[in-house]
Design a protein around this ligand. Structure first.
Ligand code: ADP
Ligand code: ASP
Ligand code: MG
Length: 442
């Protein structure tokens, strides 16, 4: 079995849906995971927010605009009359339900149900389109098998059991379609795998079925060595190891949801990134193999808060760090970077919902300084810390204020903490000097 995931742009227009149809026209059985059409989830977030603030007139306007957009797409995609009417009825029924929510008392469950609409629409439309094109296709509702537990981890046993059962019930199909992103929580209520979560759906499914390969089809020709949204002249990497890809995804490379790599790394299932609009390009193959040495790629993660904790009396005495970590543990807040000196420890977090409580607890035995609007710039490559070119980094970045450095935590990663306002300059300088051959001395 193969698992293919197509992202928002790949299913974002009738032309691209036709590209997808061509890509999946191979004889192997496959599961196709689809995102919402591009722009839809953002539009649904806006609708949900309008309802949340009680602006139902605005919400209804936005719903009508989105409904129109889908009516046009259905009309262009389906020419077979019965199928077109069926899909059109489905789309209109969904939007009419959404309109009804505008008059209800709003809660988080409404929000998650609204966000799920994008993937429900794209998968329904696309599966009926494949039917029109002569495919033997079965739609597997993600909410019948995808579930996360109380720690937001995939409930692998449940997923495997239920997904296998659904597939067994549809043996004659060649192509199975399902929704990315959406899931049930431990109480059986609709939730999602966070923004960009369809990538994660694909690898969770790949692991559950012990697939031969998981392919993520997107709008770029693979994993680039730097963030193409901020830096020119980035290039695609043909190969990455699971560890390298996981590190880059965790530290902000938008091409992969941060948790995508975990399920396939565990079972050594190849993960391939491909471009829907240029299917002949090699893309990136992610396996347990490492290729080359030195800095291979750079990513950046925004929204970081730095906390400096100064020991009032104990000068990092025995037990000080334990006390600090226990507080972060109690408030379920993950720490990304950490550095220590004799009198202080500095660390970063990206989840600030419990920050006030954390500060109050820390202030019982330490002085605390908080700085936000920071970014982590993460450099990744096999044996990066031993590479002779690595020390030059600090010359390249001599004009940038680096607030923290994590070097040697693993052999494959160096992380730098900078002000978000310095991120662009940092990424661009690193690109020019590290990858594009400029000399530091020039
Ligand atoms: P999809 O909708 O297919 O999931 P995304 O927008 O989530 O696509 O991810 C692809 C985008 O990720 C690219 O268009 C690119 O702008 C961005 N991106 C950020 N960092 C990288 C990187 N290192 N390599 C490739 N793309 C990246
Ligand atoms: N549609 C969801 C989002 O926009 C999930 C995804 O695209 O992967 O975040
Ligand atoms: Mg994505």
């Amino acid at each position: 079995m193969l698992v293919y995931k197509f992202g928002g742009t790949s299913v974002g227009s009738v032309i691209n849906m036709n590209h997808v149809k061509d890509i999946i026209s191979t004889p192997e059985k496959k599961i196709i995971v689809l995102s919402a059409m591009s722009g839809t989830t953002n539009a649904l977030v806006a609708i949900s927010e309008a309802i949340a603030i009680g602006n139902s007139a605005l919400a209804r306007d936005q719903i009508n605009t989105l409904n129109e957009h889908y009516n046009t797409a259905v009309y262009d995609l389906l020419h077979e009359k019965v199928l077109r009417k069926d899909v059109s009825d489905y789309v209109n029924a969904i939007f009419s339900q959404l309109n009804q929510v505008t008059t209800k008392t709003y809660n988080l469950q409404h929000h998650n149900r609204i966000l799920a609409i994008g993937e429900l629409l794209s998968t329904y439309m696309f599966s009926r389109f494949l039917e029109q094109e002569g495919f033997s296709v079965a739609l597997l509702p993600a909410l019948d098998f995808m579930r996360i537990d109380r720690n937001s981890e995939p409930d692998n046993f449940y997923i495997k059991q239920n997904l296998s059962r659904l597939i067994d019930g549809q043996q004659s199909a060649d192509v199975y379609i399902t929704q990315g992103f959406i899931s049930l929580d431990a109480d059986g209520v609709i939730t999602n795998l966070k923004r960009g979560g369809s990538d994660y759906t694909a690898t969770i499914i790949g692991a559950a079925l012990e697939a031969d390969e998981v392919q993520i089809w997107t709008d770029i020709d693979g994993f680039h060595n730097n963030d193409p949204r901020y830096v020119n002249d980035t290039t695609a990497l043909s190969y990455l190891s699971y560890d390298e890809a996981a590190e880059l995804a965790y530290f902000g490379a938008k091409i992969l949801h941060p948790q995508t790599v975990m399920p396939v790394r565990r079972l050594d299932i190849p993960l391939r990134l491909k471009n829907t609009m240029a299917p002949d390009a090699h893309g990136t193959l992610i396996t347990n193999q490492t290729h080359g040495e030195g800095i291979k790629a750079i990513a950046a993660k925004d929204g970081i808060t730095a906390i400096k904790i100064k020991s009032v009396r104990m000068l990092l005495a025995h037990g000080f760090l334990k006390k600090v970590f226990e507080i972060f543990e109690t408030y379920e807040t993950a720490i990304d970077m950490i550095t220590t000196s004799e009198i202080a420890v500095s660390l970063t977090i990206d989840h600030t919902s419990n920050l006030e409580n954390i500060i109050t607890e820390l202030q019982k035995f330490a002085e605390v300084e908080v700085e936000d609007y920071m970014s982590i710039v993460c450099l990744v490559g096999n044996q990066i810390i031993y590479h002779p070119d690595t020390p030059e980094l600090f010359q390249v970045l001599q004009d940038v204020t680096i607030r923290m450095i994590a070097y040697g935590g693993s052999n494959n990663n160096i992380s730098l903490l900078v002000n978000t306002s310095d991120k662009l300059e940092t990424l661009q300088k690193l690109q020019r000097y590290v990858f594009n051959g400029y000399s530091v001395l020039a």
